[in-house]
Design a protein around this ligand. Structure first.
Ligand code: CA
Length: 194
């Protein structure tokens, strides 16, 4: 009888101590980042994406903080940083960030993507490529007033090559800076200090 009770107790303790298995944690932090200016929320889809018109299921969601949006362009999605988040094909990813300017500036944004993207500043669409494409650049110049602003970069990857890079510059002769990296003219808010 004691042996049976002991066996039940052992099973009970085992069940209580086994952690639930999460293949992909709900929230990923790049803890080695000193700065986290970008919040990424990605949505994996179980159907083929051909554009932003494709249905978006929001149930399979991955969240992460980053300091820039520079994923490069890879033929094999397994070689991409996106694979760290279990993202290979058929997913949407929204990147949100907050930034501020001291003075009015003409800010040029440069987005390279495979496949499509959509760039919104203060909820207003500034540029986009809405269906699949090979890794190509789109530039847009936006006049931005002094003060605080929101930036949303929406991205989707269908099949094959996966690539995304986003940069900005203040003047035409300025060097390109990754979106998420502050300069004296344009400061990104650090979510660490939110
Ligand atoms: Ca692709």
């Amino acid at each position: 009888m004691l042996a049976i009770i002991a066996a039940f107790l052992t099973i009970f303790i085992l069940i209580k101590t086994i952690e639930p298995v999460h293949v992909i944690p709900a929230v990923w932090y790049f803890t080695d980042n000193k700065i986290n200016t970008i919040h990424m929320t990605a949505f994996r889809q179980d159907h083929t994406l051909t554009g932003f018109d494709s249905p978006r299921d929001t149930g399979d969601r991955i969240s992460a903080y980053l300091d820039r949006i520079t994923f490069g362009n890879q033929e094999d999605p397994k070689d991409s940083v996106f694979s760290k988040f279990g993202l290979y094909r058929n997913f949407f990813a929204d990147f949100t960030t907050l930034f501020s300017l001291q003075e009015q500036h003409e800010v040029t944004f440069s987005v390279h993507s495979d496949d499509g993207f959509r760039l919104l500043v203060d909820d207003k669409e500034m540029a986009g490529f809405f269906i699949d494409r090979v890794y190509e650049e789109t530039q847009v110049k936006v006049s931005i007033a002094p003060g605080d602003h929101t930036l949303l970069l929406q991205y989707f990857q269908g099949e094959g090559f996966v690539g995304l890079d986003a940069f900005y510059r203040i003047a035409d002769n300025d060097e390109w800076h990754p979106v998420g990296e502050s300069t004296p003219y344009l400061m990104f808010m650090d979510f660490n200090n939110e």
